[in-house]
Design a protein around this ligand. Structure first.
Ligand SMILES: Cc1ncc(COP(=O)(O)O)c(C=O)c1O
Length: 402
């Protein structure tokens, strides 16, 4: 299909003379994608750019998973599946919760989705009415507020800083709850700070949510990327909790566009109905590959990548601190460091990121991508490139700062 003129005119900017929908005014561009484009533009001119902006692992999908995808294609697995996913994959995900977290689930509570993105959209569409409010952290994953706005739901961002480990707490949720509030969305560990919420705190948040008869959505997309500990899953926390997860990050399958959610039985028919209409089904080939991704033989390969990510964190955090960046809470996981700019940097973080890319060839993301709260003084480093390149990036930043 040839895109219409108006489709083409929706670029990163929403200012347009075309008669496009008013809701676009509430959707901001995902700036990291713009930085990526600028970085690639410089690369096309022959510059060597170190990418510390992109939120996806640099490791390729492990071979056994790729093989399973190819075998599915060759076997003619190119048709739709049920809207909530292949029954065998839903079963395998339920088994994964039993093995990994000791949480017993029926496969009927698992919905396979087009990435965690699909799950977040389904959850918000199923749970909230227009004008309802959902509480989320600022800084936080930017797409969440846009999913909400698309549905007419009001994202209400609560500022979070080092004192609460860049996460919502039972106290902030209780204080932030208004007459309109219907739910809370947290990511554990979070993006951009990579900090985890303890089970105790999560239960405290849930208690506030239950008191108001609301919903708690817990995005566990980085759950398997925690270094040195296993976080308990919120999937066992009862009938007011929806857990979102994905094959994108730990399973190294970003481009396969596959995720899942675990929801209470009572919500499943709504999710099914919405998924039938919005997506028809998650990608069939990806679902067959995911069966292998969950298998014991691939876990060793994936764990080795996680361990390497942990080493990168251990290199980057002290190196940044030495350069004068302030990392008040060591990230527990994900692959991000959210750092306050050194005092001697007078530029705001967006200008700093532009200048650093331009002069030092290092791409990082400004705080403005994740919200408003102290965004101008913060940047996110994604350690999604190898140790040697991270070391080189640190050297380049040192020279740039000098
Ligand atoms: C916290 C968080 N949730 C959800 C997503 C979406 O992931 P995907 O749709 O690739 O599963 C991302 C991607 O970066 C993320 O950081």
């Amino acid at each position: 299909m040839v895109p219409s003129r108006s489709t083409l005119s929706v670029s990163s900017s929403t200012s347009t003379s075309e008669p496009l929908a008013a809701r676009l005014a509430g959707i901001e561009p995902f700036r990291v994608m713009e930085i990526l484009a600028a970085a690639r533009g410089l690369q096309a001119q022959g510059r060597d750019i170190i990418h510390l902006e992109v939120g996806e692992p640099d490791f390729p999908t492990p071979e056994p998973i790729v093989e399973a995808g190819m075998a599915a294609l060759r076997a003619g697995q190119t048709h739709y599946t049920p809207a909530l996913g292949l029954p065998e994959l839903r079963r395998a995900i339920a088994t994964y919760y039993a093995d990994r977290y000791g949480v017993a689930l029926s496969e009927g509570r698992v919905a396979v989705t087009p990435g965690a993105s699909g799950g977040l959209l389904l959850a918000m569409a199923a749970l909230f009415n227009p004008e309802d409010e959902v509480l989320m952290a600022d800084p936080g994953y930017p797409c969440n507020r846009h999913f909400a706005r698309l549905l007419g739901v009001r994202p209400r961002s609560l500022p979070v800083g080092p004192e609460c480990r860049f996460q919502l707490t039972a106290e902030s949720v209780a204080k932030g709850w208004t007459k309109r509030t219907r739910g809370v969305l947290v990511a554990n560990p979070g993006n951009p700070a990579g900090t985890a919420i303890s089970m105790e705190e999560l239960q405290g948040i849930l208690a506030v949510v239950q008191q108001h008869d609301g919903w708690l959505i817990v995005d566990e997309i980085y759950h398997e990327l925690v270094y040195g500990a296993t976080l308990p899953s919120a999937a066992g926390l009862g009938d007011r909790v929806i857990v979102i997860s994905s094959f994108s990050k730990y399973f190294l399958m970003t481009g396969w566009r596959l995720g899942w959610m675990v929801a209470p039985d009572a919500v499943m028919p709504a999710l099914d109905k919405l998924a039938q209409n919005l997506f028809l089904s998650p990608a069939t080939i990806s679902q067959h590959a995911a069966l292998t991704a969950l298998g014991k033989e691939t876990r060793g390969l994936l764990d080795a990548c996680r361990d390497e990510l942990g080493q990168r964190r251990d290199l980057l955090v002290p190196a940044l601190t030495q350069l004068g960046f302030h990392v008040p809470v060591t990230p527990d996981g994900a692959f991000y460091v959210y750092a306050r700019l050194p005092e001697r940097v007078s530029l705001d973080s967006t200008a700093f990121c532009r200048d650093l890319l331009d002069k030092a060839g290092v791409a990082i993301t400004p705080g403005a991508d994740f919200g408003d709260f102290q965004a101008g003084r913060h940047v996110r480093f994604a350690y999604t490139t190898d140790l040697e390149r991270i070391q080189e990036a640190v050297e380049r930043i040192r020279r740039y700062m000098d």
